[in-house]
Design a protein around this ligand. Structure first.
Ligand SMILES: Nc1ncnc2c1ncn2[C@@H]1O[C@H](COP(=O)(O)OP(=O)(O)OP(=O)(O)O)[C@@H](O)[C@H]1O
Length: 249
């Protein structure tokens, strides 16, 4: 369970987040959208413990976040892989310093590369992998040390549309299988609706919580994006966001 309580974050005179409160249930999938500069990454950094709120607090399972921790994995838009390490060694990285033996780390890395569909690519270097594959490695690396929470900052934004659709489905499959809590930032309304059980909308600067929309689509099977429910949610979010973008202009 994540509790964001009256969180305000300022950078000098600039207020990036203003009095944001939000509870995120264990095992749920929350998409986070908002205009550029609305504080999405700032909020994710606070959840990740990469920065501290100016006021208010962020609690994970009842304890205030004081810094980064192995209970939270972060996946960014840029793959952030070590270019000189193989896919397997990149995934092993997060396990080094833990209690596992070298052999156990290698087994674990293989297991998670398999989970993200990269069996057979374990010994490849990042430059031998496509963008989508690199992002799969980054996801496997974040999952391998078994964090309860996965924080994702536009992880699929740099990928082509087809690869992005494929990775969205993979992520949903992994989420169902592992029961992680996922907070997913995106600029894409369709992506937010397709992935999230809820979509939180931030206002243009200063970022406030404008609305949290419940997405009721059930299992994403078949051509969900063409369904009446999907189209309705997409339009609802488009209106909420459009409103904010207009205000910011
Ligand atoms: N370290 C920092 N120092 C100063 N200002 C910052 C810092 N980090 C963020 N900001 C400012 O805070 C505001 C929110 O930034 P943030 O990156 O969180 O927005 P965002 O919603 O993620 O934007 P985008 O969608 O463009 O990535 C912006 O005006 C940004 O310039």
């Amino acid at each position: 369970m994540i509790n964001i309580r009256s969180v305000t974050k300022t950078f000098g005179a600039l207020t990036a987040l203003d009095d944001v409160s939000l509870d995120i249930d264990d095992g749920s999938f929350l998409s986070l959208v908002g205009p550029s500069g609305s504080g999405k990454s700032t909020l994710l950094d606070l959840l990740g413990g990469l920065s501290k709120p100016t006021s208010g607090e962020v609690l994970i399972n009842g304890s205030p976040v004081t810094g980064p921790g192995l209970d939270r994995g972060v996946v960014f838009q840029q793959y952030a892989l070590f270019p000189w390490r193989t896919a397997r060694a990149n995934v092993e990285f997060g396990l080094e310093g833990g209690s596992l033996t070298k052999r156990q780390r290698a087994d674990r890395a293989r297991e998670f590369l398999d989970l993200v569909g990269l069996s057979g690519f374990e010994e490849k270097l990042p430059h031998e992998l496509s963008g989508g594959m690199k992002q799969r490695v980054a996801i496997a690396r974040s999952l391998a040390y078994d964090p309860g929470v996965l924080l994702m900052d536009e992880p699929f934004a740099a990928l082509d549309a087809q690869t992005r659709d494929q990775l969205q489905d993979e992520l949903l499959r992994i989420w169902r299988r592992t029961g992680k809590t996922i907070v997913f930032i995106t600029h894409g309304i369709e992506e937010a609706v397709y992935l999230g059980q809820r979509v939180a909308v931030l206002t243009s600067r200063p970022g406030r919580l404008k609305e949290v929309v419940d997405i009721d689509l059930g299992e994403r099977t078949g051509d969900v994006r063409s369904s009446a429910g999907f189209v309705r949610h997409r339009h609802q979010l488009w209106e909420l966001l459009h409103d904010e973008i207009r205000k910011a202009a």
